[in-house]
Design a protein around this ligand. Structure first.
Ligand SMILES: C[S@@+](CC[C@H](N)C(=O)[O-])C[C@H]1O[C@@H](n2cnc3c(N)ncnc32)[C@H](O)[C@@H]1O
Length: 197
């Protein structure tokens, strides 16, 4: 599963990370990639910043793969690989300078609990971005190609994603203190929540 998804999505990870680096001025400190899967988001962040990265996922096989891919990437940033459920993160309060999670929240049993755990672990004054999408730097032709494939894939697996309105309602119900919901720029795809503490 990880391999074919990555083959399709490979071009978006560096673009999404460039967007996060630009939006949140990321350079040093500790970042956590939640529901990291094969680790490509965290690896791209390591490539262009000096941040230490914690790769975390509920699935220990995913963590082993992320570890292997990180080693293969040749980046020399500090890194930790932690098997954990987002709903009960094994990290102290006010710990991380940046937290990101892409394509994972749709699978959390209690997404509100997961969001509140992220808020707890985030340092005051810092940001977390959680959701799914391709990011606003993805060119239009790439966006069209990938969205078509992704929709076909979801249909095949009989999976659904929440609408933007459903996502907004879920986030509003979570009890987060400071947040905003946004999409991949002006296009209608992508659903993200940015939380700020
Ligand atoms: C579709 S993959 C996304 C992987 C990666 N973030 C990416 O964008 O390529 C979703 C990942 O979320 C993980 N996941 C699902 N539920 C989780 C939970 N409750 N806590 C942490 N990770 C979870 C899955 O094991 C899987 O690796």
């Amino acid at each position: 599963m990880f391999k074919s998804n990555f083959d399709m999505l490979a071009p978006i990870y560096p673009l999404l990370i460039q967007q996060f680096v630009d939006d949140y001025n990321l350079d040093t400190g500790l970042a956590i990639d939640i529901g990291t899967g094969p680790g490509f988001l965290g690896i791209e962040l390591a490539k262009i910043t000096k941040m230490e990265i914690i790769f975390t996922d509920i699935d220990s096989d995913a963590i082993a793969l992320a570890n292997k891919n990180f080693i293969q990437s040749g980046t020399e940033n500090g890194a930790q690989f932690v098997t954990a459920n987002v709903e009960n993160l094994p990290f102290p309060d006010n710990y991380a300078d940046f937290i990101m999670s892409r394509g994972s929240i749709w699978f959390w049993k209690d997404s509100c609990k997961g969001l509140l755990e992220i808020e707890r672990v985030l340092k005051p004054g810092c940001y977390a971005v959680i959701g799914g999408g391709l990011g606003r730097y993805a060119p239009e032709t790439m966006r069209k190609r990938l969205l078509t494939s992704m929709h076909k894939e979801l249909e095949k697996k009989n999976e659904k994603r929440p609408s933007l309105d459903e996502f907004k309602l879920m986030v509003a119900a979570s009890g987060l203190k400071k947040f905003r919901v946004f999409t991949d720029g002006d296009v209608k795809s992508g659903k993200w929540v940015e939380l700020n503490k």
